[in-house]
Design a protein around this ligand. Structure first.
Ligand SMILES: C[S@@+](CC[C@H](N)C(=O)[O-])C[C@H]1O[C@@H](n2cnc3c(N)ncnc32)[C@H](O)[C@@H]1O
Length: 316
């Protein structure tokens, strides 16, 4: 799974600062990925602490095995970290997973949304428009049946337009133009790989995204790929279902940190956090009035961090 790819955890120092793991505490990492954040949490909670790692991607289990092996080696050297329990599932099921596998009070929960560099680079997943691969885009390729290929070959033109508008925030004229081309194209030849889609999109369109008041040019396929990925994995629904359950699971003073990578996710988190932290009956306290973002050094070192925004809340 790794190839030579390295996944650099984003906002690493800020995550550790806000979650502040202490010896004997228990945490849940809902998006385990390469375990970048988790490894540090495990070290800090020491032998008595427990960490529940969750990831929808079944291949993450291999990474967990490597980390566990390392921890066992450390144990022999009497320098053990906390115990790691891994569950391959969608974090939308956090309550069920918690009740079944983690009988401990929870001091902190982390959700680092989106996809890892391993997934982006993986030859057979089709997440990247820069390499030709089957149009799949599922995180959980064992349990989830809907693929990007099926959407492109089967969805009606209206459904395609609404996926691109709702999940890519693509202006109507462009969403409609590309959707029409998709429907024309699939009559001649069904969509099979990412480059089939890139060809259709590239036919003379360009998209700019507003960034701090200035428009930044992005690859035209970026937002179409984002939209398809969100639809395939029902990413926004998962986040909406997850939020109240995560708060419920936390012990008082427990913290929930969420890192998002686009405005659709960030908006959901921002509104929910605002809602539960306002008024006399607030159930939580907002720790980040403004989202935490990567500084220039981190962005230079890890371009993926450019659009990361972290918001943190503490249960009352
Ligand atoms: C950005 S990566 C996390 C990287 C990790 N924090 C690290 O530093 O190594 C996001 C991970 O979350 C997983 N993921 C995305 N949506 C998910 C969901 N709804 N439920 C569970 N896992 C999910 C992806 O498979 C991916 O491995």
């Amino acid at each position: 799974m790794h190839n030579n790819t390295v996944h650099k955890p984003v906002l690493f120092g800020e995550v550790i600062k806000y979650l502040d793991p202490q010896p004997g505490e228990n945490f849940i990492d809902c998006t385990f990925g390469g375990g970048g954040h988790s490894k540090e949490i495990l070290e800090r909670i020491r032998e008595q602490g427990k960490l529940l790692g969750i990831d929808a991607n079944p291949e993450v289990e291999k990474i967990v095995c490597q980390i566990n092996e390392q921890t066992n080696n450390d144990k022999r050297n009497k320098e053990s970290g906390g115990e790691l329990i891994f569950v391959n599932d969608n974090f939308r099921n956090i309550k069920k997973i918690y009740e079944q596998f983690f009988p401990y009070p929870v001091n902190g929960i982390l959700c680092d949304l989106g996809l890892s560099s391993f997934e982006l680079e993986k030859e057979d997943r089709g997440f990247s428009f820069l390499r030709d691969a089957p149009l799949d885009m599922r995180f959980d390729f064992k349990a989830n049946e809907l693929t990007a290929k099926e959407i492109l070959n089967k969805f009606s033109i209206d459904k395609l337009i609404s996926v691109f508008r709702n999940f890519g925030e693509i202006p109507y004229p462009l969403a409609a133009k590309v959707s029409e081309r998709i429907v024309q194209q699939r009559k001649k030849k069904q969509f099979a790989t990412t480059f089939d889609l890139v060809d259709v999109i590239l036919n003379g369109c360009s998209i700019a995204r507003s960034k701090g008041g200035r428009m930044r040019r992005i690859h035209p396929a970026t937002l179409f790929f984002q939209a398809l990925r969100i639809e395939v994995n029902r990413e926004l629904d998962a986040l909406i279902e997850f939020l109240p359950d995560a708060i419920e699971i936390l012990k008082p003073k427990g913290r929930l940190a969420i890192i998002s990578f686009h405005s659709l996710e960030d908006r959901i988190v921002k509104h929910y956090f605002r809602e539960i932290s306002k008024g006399d009956d607030a159930t939580a306290k907002l720790l980040t009035k403004k989202p935490i973002m990567a500084d220039v050094d981190e962005v230079r070192d890890n371009p993926r961090a450019r659009s990361a925004k972290m918001r943190v809340i503490e249960k009352k």
